[in-house]
Design a protein. Structure first.
Length: 566
C-alpha cells in the first residue's frame, strides 16, 4: 500500500454519510453495494465505484459492502462474467465476505411485489407492441399518450400477469407497466416497463421463469431487501431516481427500508473509451486481441499490462468523487503506476534494438560476475549477478556516428560507462559490406573503472547492456495509447472512433536480449528495464525460459511532448 492510500479520502458522499452517522440514521449503520450487471468485463470506471463502495465500508465502523449481480437480462449474461467480476474485485484488494447476492435471488419476492402494485392500481398489463409503445411514449418536448390498455381492471391485470408467468403468451405479447404519468417531463416516469416476457434460460434460475423484471424495477427493491443505506451510482441514473423513489414509496409497507440514492460523476479517461458498446465493437471487430488486451481500460487488460492494484486504488483516490463530469488525463493514471513501481519494482537490463559490441582487450573466454543491487534505494529487494563477457549488446540508438549537440552516449573515439560496470571507449566500427549498416563496435575496457570514476577525465554517459553469450531472448510488446485523440468517441473529434485508432499502439519486438535473471520472472511481477520503462511478464503468454514482456508504462510521459506540439 502506498503512502497516499493511508490518507482517508473525503468527498461530498462521505460528508453525507458522516452527517447521517451523527444523526444516528439507520442506527449509525452504513451499508453500500457494488451492483454490476454480469454482461461484460469491468473497466476502470467500475474500479472507481468499487473503490468508493468498498472503501466506505472499510472507512466507517459498523459498515459493510455487498457484491450483488443485477442479473435481470439472461440473454446477455454469462457465468464467465460473474467469475471475472469477482476476480477483479478481489484483485483490487476488496472482499465482500458473506455478502454475495444476485438479484435473481429475489425473483419470487419481486413477482409478489408486482402483484401488490397491480392490486393498488399502480401497475397494469399492456398489450402494445414494442414499436407501438415507443410511439406512445412521446419525446423530450412532447408528452406521451396513455396506452389503450391502461384502464384494465385489477382483476383483469392479475389474471393476465399470472398467465404471463405461466407461459401462456409468446414473447412480446404483453408487458407489465407502472401506472405513473404519461405527461411527465421525465420520460422515465411515463409508465415504465416492470416486466417483460422472455423465454431465455437464466444462469442462476435455469428455466423456472419466462418473465423477467426490468433493471429499474429490480434494482431499488434489491437495495431495500438488502437494507442498503446509501445506494451510490453514477450521474446517468439521476433521471432514474424519481422512479427509484416512486417504486419504494408505493411498496413502503412491504419493504424494510428506503435506501438513499446518491449520484456521482462517472470516470471518463482520455485516449480511451468506457462505453460497453464501443468496447464490444473493438473486441468483436478484432481491433484488439480480446477483453484483456493491455490497450483496453478493462481491469483485466490493465492487470495484464502490469498495472498494480495499489496504483489503481491511488488513482481513484486522486480523481476524487464529485458531481461534475470531466475527463481525466491518462497521464495521471500512468503516473500512479510509475509512482508505485518506482518504489517496488526491481531493476534489470534488457536491450530492445541490439548492437553488438566486442570488448577486444578482454580474452575470448572472459566471464566476470558482477553483483548488483536489484533496487538502488530498496535493499530488501536483494541483489543479482550480471555476467560480463567479451561480447555484449547495447541499444543501437546509444551509439551515434554523427552525434547531435548534447549527445552523452557512445560516439567514435568517445567513452561511456556500462551500467554497473566499466568505462569503455569506442575504437572502431564494423559495417555490413553490402548495406553499410553498422553491425559491430570494437571497444576497449578501462579495467580500473569498475563502479568508480576514471582518473583525470569525466565520463557523463551511462548506458545499459546485456551479455551476448549469457542472456535469454524475449518477445517484448510495446503498448501505447489505443487512440490518437483524447476523446475518440466525441463527435467533435471528427469521424468515427475507429478513425482515431493509433496504428502504433502495439509494436512487437522479437528475440530481445534480456538478463538471465529475467528468465524466471513471474507473470504479473513488474520490473524496470533500466532506461527503458516498466515491464511485466504477460500473464497469459509467458512461459518458463520463454518470457514475453509487456511494457506497462514508460519512465516518463512521452505523450506530453506530443500534446504540446498540437
Amino acid at each position: 500500500m502506498s503512502l497516499h492510500e493511508e490518507k482517508k479520502p473525503t468527498d461530498f458522499i462521505r460528508t453525507i454519510i458522516e452527517q447521517d452517522i451523527a444523526r444516528n440514521l439507520n442506527n449509525g449503520q452504513v451499508v453500500t453495494r457494488f451492483p454490476p450487471e454480469p454482461n461484460g468485463t469491468l473497466h476502470i470506471g467500475h474500479a472507481k465505484s468499487i473503490c468508493l463502495n468498498f472503501g466506505i465500508a472499510r472507512q466507517y465502523p459498523n459498515s459493510r459492502c455487498h457484491l450483488r449481480f443485477d442479473d435481470t437480462n439472461p440473454e446477455k449474461e454469462e457465468i464467465a462474467y460473474i467469475e471475472a467480476i469477482k476476480e477483479d474485485v478481489r484483485w483490487l484488494g476488496f472482499d465482500w465476505g458473506d455478502h454475495l447476492y444476485f438479484a435473481s435471488d429475489y425473483f419470487e419476492r419481486l413477482y409478489q411485489l408486482a402483484e401488490v402494485l397491480i392490486q393498488k392500481g399502480k401497475a397494469y398489463v399492456c398489450s402494445l407492441s414494442a414499436d407501438e409503445m415507443r410511439s406512445y411514449r412521446g419525446t423530450l418536448t412532447e408528452p406521451g399518450r396513455e396506452s389503450p390498455y391502461r384502464n384494465r381492471t385489477v382483476e383483469e391485470n392479475l389474471t393476465l400477469f399470472r398467465a404471463m408467468r405461466a407461459g401462456d403468451y409468446p414473447d412480446g405479447a404483453h408487458t407489465l407497466r407502472a401506472k405513473i404519468d404519461m405527461a411527465s417531463p421525465n420520460i422515465n416516469m411515463r409508465d415504465p416497463t416492470l416486466y417483460r416476457i422472455r423465454r431465455v434460460a437464466h444462469h442462476q434460475t435455469k428455466d423456472r421463469w419466462c418473465i423477467y423484471p426490468t433493471y429499474d424495477y429490480t434494482h431499488c427493491i434489491s437495495d431495500a431487501i438488502e437494507q442498503i443505506t446509501h445506494s451510490l451510482c453514477t450521474l446517468e441514473f439521476e433521471d432514474h431516481r424519481p422512479l427509484y423513489d416512486w417504486i419504494l414509496d408505493e411498496l413502503h409497507e412491504e419493504l424494510p427500508c428506503h435506501p438513499q440514492q446518491i449520484e456521482f460523476s462517472r470516470l471518463e479517461l482520455e485516449f480511451t473509451v468506457m462505453s460497453k458498446r464501443i468496447l464490444t465493437q473493438l473486441v468483436t471487430g478484432h481491433h484488439v486481441s480480446g477483453w484483456d488486451d493491455p490497450r483496453l481500460p478493462t481491469i483485466a487488460g490493465l492487470r495484464r499490462r502490469g498495472f498494480t492494484p495499489a496504483s489503481i486504488r491511488n488513482f481513484c483516490r486522486l480523481i476524487g468523487i464529485t458531481k461534475a463530469p470531466n475527463y481525466v488525463e491518462m497521464a495521471l493514471l500512468e503516473n500512479c503506476l510509475r509512482e508505485d513501481l518506482e518504489i517496488n519494482a526491481p531493476r534489470a537490463m534488457a536491450v530492445l534494438d541490439p548492437l553488438r559490441v566486442v570488448l577486444e582487450n578482454l580474452p575470448d573466454n572472459h566471464l566476470e560476475d558482477i553483483t548488483v543491487a536489484n533496487h538502488p534505494q530498496n535493499p530488501n529487494l536483494g541483489s543479482r549477478i550480471i555476467p560480463l563477457t567479451r561480447e555484449i549488446f547495447i541499444e543501437r540508438d546509444d551509439f551515434d556516428e554523427n552525434p547531435p549537440k548534447g549527445f552523452k552516449r557512445l560516439i567514435p573515439g568517445g567513452e561511456v560507462r556500462l551500467r554497473n560496470a566499466y568505462v569503455i571507449r569506442c575504437r572502431a566500427i564494423i559495417r555490413d559490406p553490402q548495406t553499410q549498416v553498422i553491425t559491430t563496435l570494437m571497444c576497449e575496457v578501462d579495467k580500473d573503472t569498475l563502479n568508480k570514476a576514471p582518473e583525470g577525465r569525466k565520463v557523463k554517459g551511462v548506458i545499459h547492456w546485456v551479455s551476448a553469450q549469457r542472456h535469454y531472448k524475449a518477445q517484448v510488446r510495446l503498448y501505447d495509447r489505443l487512440f490518437t485523440v483524447p476523446q475518440p468517441a466525441d463527435p467533435k473529434s471528427g469521424g468515427s472512433f475507429l478513425d482515431h485508432l493509433n496504428p502504433d499502439s502495439l509494436k512487437i519486438l522479437e528475440n530481445c536480449p534480456v538478463e538471465e535473471s529475467l528468465a524466471h520472472c513471474q507473470p504479473g511481477q513488474a520490473v524496470q528495464f533500466e532506461r527503458l520503462g516498466y515491464f511485466s511478464p504477460d500473464i497469459r503468454d509467458s512461459k518458463p525460459n520463454q518470457p514475453v514482456f509487456n511494457r506497462s508504462v514508460s519512465l516518463r510521459d512521452s505523450w506530453a511532448k506530443v500534446e504540446n506540439k498540437r
